[in-house]
Ligand binder design. Structure first.
Ligand code: PLP
Length: 393
């Protein structure tokens, strides 16, 4: 007998995958240039040239046995040291290399953190709309996902809702800013208010409540600062990834940073190491660890995303679509002109516009548009977006 839950997860493809498969069918039928696929969050710009150069150098000059060998379970010491120094320099917080754990990207960072802190019956809050895999990760860690919806006007936190969602069983809240799927960056005022509320609730319930910040989009922010949550709230675990910042999603590399401000932070770090061990996530890819060490403060040229954001946001709002202005990531979240976002996405397919309905993000009536595509694709798609909204006038 198989594990029914795992079987279900394996057999049911995600909505985004379904749309992508539909896109493949249409690309074969009408040509790739005529399909406006805005479904996937796969970076469309290459990694900085320094990334490839670092890899070539490592492959040709580094001791090959060491290069392809196991590192320490939590990651090579010199890699963790470089990352810790960079965190100190960039965010002005003390960062010890022995509080850094190298991972295979944000997904692994999240599952490790959740398994490190959760026990059966714990609750973990996700702020909707949220990355759909949170539910899978939280439930696999034995906890229950509790959803608290963001304000519709600007997709900042709705504190009335959040306060109601926090109970004596709350173990953590996942914060993702810049956000997938809205692109919204939580302001420093929002983070301050969040920290205040959580501190108050910790006192009320006499227990620790963690913030798990999911940060794959930290470097993709346009003209705004992304507050560094450990500077605002002590009980914070940072889940970082190079998937989007260095355009390396297929290489699987990231890290966890356990804030030194957590009481008995070494114990929390030990639990992170234990969860990494139990999940079989020890020793992130050695070549990639060494590559990011050499490129620790580099970012892909994200100016293309900003250009795409401006073009898409300005054009669609001019046509009559409603959206919160995204300050980061590479997503635009528009309100569906009809209550059922699935029906709207079906209608969009008529123009070969492939969009993702928001239901799987825990927020109905919206559509996610991933603008990590060529600017030319956006330019060519605009007349179809215009025709599409005109059908509702
Ligand atoms: N968290 C969010 C919000 C994401 O959008 C993604 C990927 O798209 C991930 C986590 C997983 O990132 P990674 O590729 O680093 O595992």
């Amino acid at each position: 007998m198989l594990n029914e839950k795992m079987l279900g997860l394996g057999e049911n493809r995600s909505v985004i995958r379904e749309i992508f498969e539909f896109g493949n069918k249409r690309r074969a039928e009408v040509g790739a240039q005529n399909v406006y696929d805005f479904s996937l969050g796969n970076p469309s710009i290459p990694a900085p040239k320094e990334v490839n150069e670092a890899m070539v150098k490592l492959l040709t000059e580094f001791d090959p046995v060491k290069l392809h060998g196991y590192t320490s379970a939590q990651g090579a010491p010199d890699v963790r040291k470089t990352i810790a120094q960079s965190i100190e320099k960039r965010f002005g917080i003390e960062a010890d290399m022995d509080l850094i754990y190298m991972t295979c990207g944000a997904a692994a960072s999240l599952t490790i953190c959740l398994n490190a802190i959760c026990n059966n019956g714990d609750e973990v809050i996700a702020l909707a709309p949220f990355f759909p895999e949170y539910r899978v990760f939280v439930e696999k860690a034995g906890a229950k996902l509790v959803v608290s919806k963001c304000r519709e006007s600007d997709f900042q936190i709705d504190f009335m809702q959040l306060e109601k969602a926090i109970t004596k069983d709350t173990k953590a809240i996942i914060v993702n800013s810049p956000n997938n799927p809205t692109g919204v960056v939580l302001s420093s005022d929002t983070i301050k208010q969040l920290a205040k509320l959580l501190e108050q609730k910790q006192k009320e319930y006499g227990k620790r409540i963690f913030i798990i910040c999911d940060e794959p989009y930290r470097e993709l922010a346009y003209d705004v600062e992304v507050p560094y949550i450990p500077n605002y709230y002590d009980n914070t675990l940072v889940c970082y990834s190079y998937s989007k910042s260095l355009s390396l999603p297929g290489e699987r590399i990231g890290y966890i940073f356990v804030s030194p401000k957590i009481e008995k932070c070494q114990k929390v770090y030990a639990a992170v190491c234990g969860a990494g061990r139990a999940l079989g996530f020890v020793c992130a890819p050695s070549l990639l660890q060494l590559t990011v060490k050499d490129c620790v403060e580099l970012t892909s040229d994200v100016s293309v995303y900003k250009k795409n954001r401006d073009l898409l946001y300005n054009s669609l709002t001019e046509y009559g679509y409603k959206a919160a202005k995204p300050d980061g990531a590479f997503y635009l979240f528009i309100k569906s002109p009809e209550p059922d976002a699935n029906a709207f996405c079906e209608r969009a397919k008529k123009y070969d516009l492939l969009l993702v309905p928001s239901d799987s993000f825990g927020y109905e009536g919206y559509v996610r548009i991933s603008y990590c595509v060529s600017t030319e694709q956006i330019e060519k798609s605009l007349p179809y977006f215009k025709k599409l909204i005109e059908e509702y006038k």
